[in-house]
Write a protein that binds this ligand. Sequence first.
Ligand code: ATP
Ligand code: MG
Length: 587
Amino acid sequence: MSNAKPNGNKAAAAEANAPSSNFLKGLIEADLASGKYTNRTDHLGHPLPPVVTRFPPEPNGYLHIGHAKAICVDFGLARDFGGRCHMRFDDTNPTKEEQEYVDTILDSVKWLGFGWTHDGREHLYYASNYFDKFYEIAEYLISAGHAYVDSQSAEDMAKNRGNFGEPGKNSPFRDRPTAESLDLFRRMKAGEFKDGEHILRAKIDMASPNMNMRDPAIYRIRHAHHHNTGDKWCIYPMYDYAHPLEDAIEYVSHSLCTLEFQDHRPFYDWVLERAAEGGFFKHPLPQQIEFARLNLTYAVTSKRKLLQMVEEKIVDGWDDPRMPTIVGLRRRGFTPESIQLFCERIGVSKADSWIDMGVLEGALRDDLDEKAPRGVAVLRPLKLIIDNFPDELSVECTAPVHPHFPERGHRTFPITKELWIEEEDFMEVPSKGYFRLFPGNKVRLRYGYVVECTGCDKDENGKVIAVHCNYFPDSKSGTEGSANYKVKGNIHWVSSTHALEAEVRLYDRLFADPNPDAGGKDFKQALNPNAKEVITAYLEQGMKAALPDEKFQFERHGYFVADRVDSTPGKPVFNRVVTLKDSWGSK
Ligand code: ATP
Ligand code: MG
């Protein structure tokens, strides 16, 4: 006997091979063409759009990049087809749910660029508001002979479930009279029994090749407080029972979820068909469609592991810029557009795969390249002294805000006798092909003058502490004379008398291993020790006005953002978002 793929592997294969990079679009277009969900109205007589989706997180953690994919799929498809997407908290589980999570989830979805208002109405829902309806339908299922109260011990129930190769055995309570099940179920609700004493099960088929159809549990006793319903209930519906009902109550047309629910789909359909027979819902019923989850290299996206990293202080909180959480990505300097672009590029398919972190970073670079104003920052400072530059002279230099968009204007900053340059832009003894500063060589100080290196000062350990040069007064960038100077090196600098000193956090990938938790590996062994370095850097003076979340390209270095938490007016702290080029050798 094989593990059932009840709706057929053929359909799955056809979907997987669909030419569209988002096979869901094709399915929805087919439904639109056949009119499957057109001309529906809700119970108030309001017309329903032909595409209604939902994003249904459990409020038990922070959203991560995998959820961002689901959000882009659920909200994005509704948007593209003029439909609506419901923001629904799947809060049927009485423990672990907290307001903090509800707030951050709503915030993250909005930040990503999506909303739940459609035609002037808000579509924010809580599954726990449907508890009465779930209960009513459960009573109906019992009355109609589709469910029974099972009183086996947990061990017997597990034993009688069988396994993949072996059918299950009927519970001795399976054929107890309907009236007895109904009475027990009501007493379960009234709180007469302890946790685990009885359970309500669907009556389907204990020999089904699909384990999920072997009389799955639909209600269990749980004496626990619920954040929304308080102590009203001591029985709670199981996810597989509640989810299809939530969808039907909200008139969802396309219930999109990840592949692990594929084997649950027959039960999803069973619940809805039975409830429709009972007059609770009308056809067309919601349909569940599964797509591949996002697996991202150099990251972990398990809520449990993310929580562990926060609790064990491996990272500095949920919004640590190294975290793949939405709040972390945001603080790191990712834009909503870059995440949407990423989701578009990776597409949606039925086949599980790994997406390289380089694809996410690439989308970010592509988005920021156009948007980010340029700036100069010296990250590893070394003093450069222009010996023939008058002591008190300060000459204004001009640079474009963005080299490809002259209409965005210019920035100015002064050049003076003493400057900061990058340590690596000087070599006392140049290696082959090195065109930057070394004694006797000329370079252009970007936007400033051409200088010729004359030597350097060293401390008692032989470490270079200052570089000397002379400048050519007629070589200033943008003046006529500058064209007479042909130099190979072009380095950036800031005036040491005018520079803004700032804390800069050089972030990199949190893990050094592309698959930090594959095959049960301990992800803590895979941490990248160089994922965070805090330095003091010298920045172009105009950066003083940077507002939290404002992003820049620091020339020759990469993209940086003014940290949204630690920056204060006039004193920004910068995070490196991403370097200009991928140094990880991925695409
Ligand atoms: P849990 O194990 O706690 O259920 P979860 O990641 O599934 O964790 P949910 O709150 O249930 O969390 O997720 C909300 C929605 O996001 C679900 O529809 C789920 O399928 C989807 N989702 C979660 N992780 C990913 C992922 N890596 N890629 C795509 N979608 C995802
Ligand atoms: Mg889940």
